[in-house]
Design a protein. Structure first.
Length: 255
């Protein structure tokens, strides 16, 4: 879906991402791991076209990304930054409706398909009954889910998500991650998600990319990252894994 060839980022004279070769496969649920400041958000911004590479090339679906029409790109790729704007005076449904801009434009009337996409998105994130609430009145987790609804209403084929579960309780983390996994399975969505919870990444993602100081130090399946010493090297911390009695991914814990 995305291919970086020697693509790197320098901001204000500071090297943030080394020139890297990296492929993001289509139809996969990719977790971006790495310590604070390792470059996850920068890589997502690059894929979302919020940043241009300082060198090298970046292709989306086989075409140089800069040649894509912005509206066509927005129909195919949805981006949720780590800190979305305040939008305090907007209601939840107004936020979700913004996801339809690439399809309708900001000032065009919404049709039945738009209304259905917005209603489905709100239901998927559990906010169907809160559509008329002002964003300022929501809890942090509810607000995060409203932004996710905007992205789902956009109906893109690729989601770029920067810590989408950071403010969510365990139940809502599970619901959002299950929803994302089911979108990959049912609609073959490509999902690239920065996440700090390694256990959740192992449980839901099927492809992992770990960054360290602006370069990938691990790219591969969840099983491979569990080999002795790999997680410890990524996080510079002795890390153990423990297989619970039930089947499923291991529990990850600092030693
Ligand atoms: N405009 C900028 N100018 C200088 N340095 C920057 C700029 N933007 C980001 N950085 C630095 O680049 C590094 C990577 O930042 P980035 O936000 O991509 O990391 P991250 O892996 O997403 O971190 P976190 O897990 O804390 O969200 C950080 O050290 C950050 O301070």
């Amino acid at each position: 879906m995305f291919e970086l060839r020697g693509a790197g980022v320098v901001l204000g004279g500071v090297r943030i991402l080394s020139p890297i070769d990296l492929a993001i496969p289509a139809g996969r649920f990719v977790a971006l791991l790495g310590r604070n400041g390792s470059g996850k958000s920068t890589l997502l911004s690059l894929l979302a076209r919020q940043l241009a590479p300082s060198e090298g090339a970046l292709a989306f679906a086989g075409q140089p990304i800069e040649e894509r029409q912005p509206r066509e790109f927005a129909r195919r790729v949805g981006w949720l930054p780590q800190h979305p704007p305040e939008a305090a005076t907007m209601t939840v449904v107004e936020v979700a409706r913004m996801g339809r801009y690439p399809w309708r434009g900001a000032f065009m009337r919404h049709d039945v398909r738009d209304a259905r996409a917005v209603a489905t998105a709100l239901a998927q994130v559990g906010l169907a009954d809160m559509g008329e609430r002002a964003m300022a009145s929501l809890s942090g987790g509810e607000r995060q889910r409203a932004w996710l609804a905007m992205l789902l209403a956009q109906e893109p084929s690729c989601l770029l998500l920067d810590e989408p579960t950071a403010a969510l309780d365990l139940k809502h983390q599970m619901e959002v991650l299950r929803l994302l996994a089911s979108l990959r399975d049912r609609r073959r969505l490509t999902i690239v998600m920065a996440i700090h919870d390694v256990g959740m990444a192992l449980r839901f993602a099927d492809h992992l990319i770990a960054l360290k100081a602006g370069r990938p130090v691990f790219v591969g399946p969840p099983e491979a990252i569990q080999r002795a010493g790999v997680l410890s090297a990524i996080y510079d911390l002795p890390i153990g894994t423990l297989q619970a009695a039930e089947a499923g991914p291991p529990i990850v814990y600092p030693l």
